[in-house]
Design a protein around this ligand. Structure first.
Ligand code: SF4
Ligand code: SF4
Length: 182
């Protein structure tokens, strides 16, 4: 049962060190499996509301341009108009842009053809204003049905500081204490 008592945000310190997050993620694998089952048995709309509130605090406090971890590891889907827009920005012909940066599947789906992404410069996106929708929307914590998407979210828990901090705060806010709660 989810408790909303004390919903006031009291996140004192966000963890943003990628090596520390990876190390903690390795240790918490079993705990996170148990938490996923716990969330699966919770009320979906309450969990969505809680995740969105926590995410609002965490996301605004973490500077993605100082991280860039997802740009190194995600396969980014691209819509044709996005490719056109970025090609124009870069002063390139569509054909040249696609040849250099895009892979097209047999079904006609476009993806960036390299990880880390071509457009990552250090930890920053060099085309930030014209980055793809998939980049803008990751890690998708404002979407509904968090509990049904939790498996996919936890895949990136060890890599994304936003996901890591939201999940850890969610454990506190839901009163999760570990496998004893199942
Ligand atoms: S386009 Fe920019 S935000 Fe998107 S993956 Fe590449 S570097 Fe990251
Ligand atoms: S979305 Fe997550 S992994 Fe990507 S840059 Fe922001 S904090 Fe880093």
């Amino acid at each position: 049962m989810v408790s909303f008592a004390g919903i006031m945000m009291t996140i004192k310190k966000l963890e943003t060190d990628l090596a520390s997050i990876k190390a903690m993620a390795d240790k918490r694998e079993a705990e996170n499996d148990a938490f996923r089952v716990f969330i699966k048995n919770s009320h979906g709309e309450e969990i969505d509301s809680l995740v969105q509130q926590i995410n609002g605090v965490v996301e605004s406090a973490i500077d993605c341009t100082e991280c860039g971890a997802c740009c190194k590891t995600l396969m980014i889907n691209v819509e044709p108009p996005e490719a056109e827009k970025l090609a124009t920005r870069l002063g390139m012909e569509q054909s040249e842009f696609k040849q250099l940066y895009i892979e097209e599947s047999l079904q006609g789906h476009l993806v960036v053809n390299q990880m880390p992404c071509h457009f990552l410069a250090g930890t920053r996106c060099s085309v930030y204003e014209d980055r793809f929708a998939e980049c803008r929307e990751f890690p998708h914590l404002q979407r509904k049905n968090f509990k049904d998407r939790m498996f996919g979210t936890l895949i990136h828990y060890a890599m994304c500081p936003i996901i890591f901090n939201v999940v850890e705060e969610l454990k506190i806010r839901t009163g999760f204490k570990g496998s004893a709660d199942l």
